[in-house]
Design a protein around this ligand. Structure first.
Ligand SMILES: NC(=O)c1ccc[n+]([C@@H]2O[C@H](COP(=O)([O-])OP(=O)(O)OC[C@H]3O[C@@H](n4cnc5c(N)ncnc54)[C@H](OP(=O)(O)O)[C@@H]3O)[C@@H](O)[C@H]2O)c1
Length: 327
């Protein structure tokens, strides 16, 4: 399988690259942007700014992929508000360019999307629950989803949520708690392992409930969407929804850290984004699990495997097929 993967130097994309390349022997081409790929990255690459539609189209035509997986985003929440045209182009425009390029060569497209397309009151949202984004990031992702569902000849949307795990392209970068669930576990583990206290934020103004997902599990689920040639919307997330405090407690257990260093408290006001944040973005992914023939991993399993990935630098075992038997 030949896959044109965008955003491979990013957090989610670096997991897609490893899982697709190492676990599934995909031939990968990855357009990169400001950052170069790490040494030994398992893919061919070239510099391509996806907001330049003609360059993106030509780059896809040259590689002739079977599938395009689009994970790239302009990941700067504040900039979305201060540079609105640039942001529109980076989300909706780049998605349109990628879809047109894929259509031209008969490739399928999978857009990596987010639980933040929901408004925070839609806890347990299913794959077909209508989105209702409450900030510009969620709106741009929902608009990009529509580009795929309406314009791609063979398209799928793969929503990921509360992504935690190893950023294989930049494993050493320090992480901080923020208004979402992404990187939460690593920021907690880094603090507690260094003997520093960690305050788990509690506030109605941030994302307090979500469905944490090990990044490599999300990648494995997305691989199945690609491999099974599925269209529609999928929730490529973990099997359990929790609040921040519960995630913190379970992470402390999985990483065998000192629970005495955990506290609860208000968020750092300087770390809050300049817009509303959805409170409960938990997802129901039963239809996705059935369509992909897998059992979604429980949180303790995901955290144990995250620890193993951090300690060994290797990907963990594949997800269990539905029914729990080995594939
Ligand atoms: N992280 C989470 O918790 C989370 C949760 C839900 C959904 N998601 C979704 O997952 C996807 C990836 O997010 P992430 O957290 O992995 O973001 P990330 O780490 O910031 O990675 C973004 C990637 O996009 C690339 N990129 C940005 N602008 C580009 C352009 N104009 N042309 C080509 N490439 C460009 C970046 O390259 P440069 O750095 O070189 O610019 C980088 O490789 C997104 O679709 C996001 O909505 C993430």
């Amino acid at each position: 399988m030949r896959v044109y993967l965008t955003g491979a130097t990013g957090f989610v994309g670096s997991n897609l690259a490893r899982v697709f390349g190492e676990s599934h022997d995909a031939e990968l081409f990855c357009p990169v942007h400001a950052r170069r790929p790490p040494a030994g990255a398992p893919y061919e690459w070239a510099s391509v700014d996806l907001t330049d539609a003609e360059t993106a189209r030509r780059s896809i035509a040259r590689f002739r992929p079977d599938a395009v997986v689009h994970a790239a985003i302009l990941n700067d929440f504040g900039r979305l508000y201060t540079h609105r045209r640039e942001s529109w182009d980076a989300y909706v425009g780049a998605t349109r360019a990628v879809v047109d390029g894929a259509n031209e060569v008969g490739a399928r497209v999978v857009l990596v999307s987010t639980d933040w397309v929901f408004d925070g009151t839609q806890g347990g949202a299913k794959e077909d629950t209508p989105p209702n984004p409450i900030n510009l990031y969620g709106f741009l992702k929902a608009a990009s989803e529509l580009v795929v569902s309406e314009r791609a000849e063979q398209g799928a949307v793969a929503r990921v949520a509360g992504v935690n795990g190893v950023h294989w392209a930049r494993p050493e970068a320090p992480r901080r708690q923020d208004a979402g669930f992404g990187y939460f576990v690593l920021s907690l583990v880094e603090a507690l392992a260094a003997g520093r206290p960690f305050q788990v934020w509690q506030s109605p103004a941030i994302n307090m409930v979500a469905t944490p997902t090990l990044a490599s599990d999300a990648a494995e689920l997305i691989w199945r969407v690609v491999e099974r040639e599925l269209s529609g919307t999928f929730h490529c997330c973990g099997g359990e929804s929790v609040d921040r405090a519960e995630l913190a407690r379970r992470a402390v257990d999985a990483f065998k850290l000192d629970a005495g260093l955990l506290g609860l408290g208000p968020p750092d006001p300087n770390a809050l984004p300049p817009a509303p944040v959805p409170y409960d973005t938990s997802l129901d992914a039963a239809a996705t699990a059935a369509a992909l023939g897998v059992e979604l991993p429980g949180l303790d399993s995901a955290l144990r495997r995250m620890r193993a990935e951090l300690e060994t630098g290797e990907l963990g075992p594949e997800l269990q097929p539905a029914g729990g038997r080995a594939a």
